[in-house]
Design a protein around this ligand. Structure first.
Ligand code: HH2
Length: 267
């Protein structure tokens, strides 16, 4: 399968690498169009930062941020990055098709029902703790085994709530309650998460663990992001959440062509 690229559209003042840059509906919409032109398959629109230490955003404010952008981009393949059922519901009503919930249906008890009723695809992500405190000394006995068990439990929960299995994607949650060592183990052994049998999403884009290795600030972590994504593709990941879509499109298309011997020339 061609790697699917999810381009990040953060309509927030405080996201870790692009906070404030697209904190206005027109700028966020224009940015979304640019990402599509760069080769994004999906736009992941979010109105609440999940960076370590981020403060929660009220429901009305989150709606005010994301709905106009989704309406303006209607007709494109859009995912809504939220943990709130009301935001997911209104976003789906405005044209979103995918619910990307970093809490994997744990924060809002109504989220599973909203996704089940709508027939939307969802992405269920692993996170240890909650964004405010998740990077305070996270510990695991076996990070890959524990993340896998968590995702299997969440998959079963979602199916039980009425979400068809074929509508569920899973994500190990790179950087969400994980040290550098944990993130590297998850990427190195990603095949064990892929073995659950659902499409795996990875979000490594510009993240702190890349800076810890390269010494580079957020904006200069594109090459590091590509390296992590190419290796994740090799281990079976299907969906790649990135800020720098044009670079990721080329890297992943070449990597996929190398792995499969098949490609389509785009121009
Ligand atoms: N990472 C972020 C946000 N949402 N969703 C999924 N499924 N997987 C991820 O790895 C993931 C995610 C964090 O990145 P970003 O949106 O750039 O920052 P912020 O949360 O500060 O807005």
């Amino acid at each position: 399968m061609k790697p699917l690229l999810m381009g990040v559209v953060n309509v927030t003042p405080d996201s870790f690498s692009d906070g404030g840059e697209f904190f206005d509906a027109d700028r966020a919409t224009a940015h979304g169009r640019e990402l599509l032109a760069d080769g994004a398959d999906i736009l992941d629109i979010g109105g609440e930062s999940t960076r370590p230490g981020a403060e929660p955003v009220a429901e009305e404010e989150e709606l005010r941020r994301v709905i106009p952008v989704i309406e303006a981009l209607a007709g494109k393949r859009i995912s809504i990055d939220t943990s709130k059922a009301v935001v997911a519901k209104d976003a789906l009503g405005a044209g979103a098709e995918i619910v990307n919930d970093v809490s994997a249906f744990r924060i809002d008890p109504d989220m599973a029902g909203v996704v089940a009723e709508s027939g939307a695809t969802c992405c269920l992500m692993h996170m240890l703790g909650e964004p405010r405190t998740m990077q305070d000394d996270p510990r695991y006995e076996d990070v890959v085994g524990e993340v896998r068990a968590f995702l299997e439990e969440r998959l079963a929960f979602a199916i039980e709530a009425g979400v068809p299995e074929e509508k569920i994607w899973l994500d190990p949650g790179i950087g969400f309650g994980k040290t550098l060592v944990h993130n590297l183990a998850l990427l190195r052994r990603l095949d064990e998460i892929v073995a659950i049998g659902r499409p795996v999403v990875v979000g490594t884009s510009r993240k702190r663990f890349l800076g810890a290795i390269t010494g580079r600030p957020e904006r200069e972590r594109v090459a590091g992001t590509l390296a992590a994504n190419v290796l994740a593709l090799d281990r079976g990941a299907s969906v790649f959440r990135v800020h720098d879509v044009a670079e990721a499109r080329d890297a992943l298309d070449v990597a996929a062509a190398t792995l499969t011997g098949e490609w389509t020339t785009t121009s």
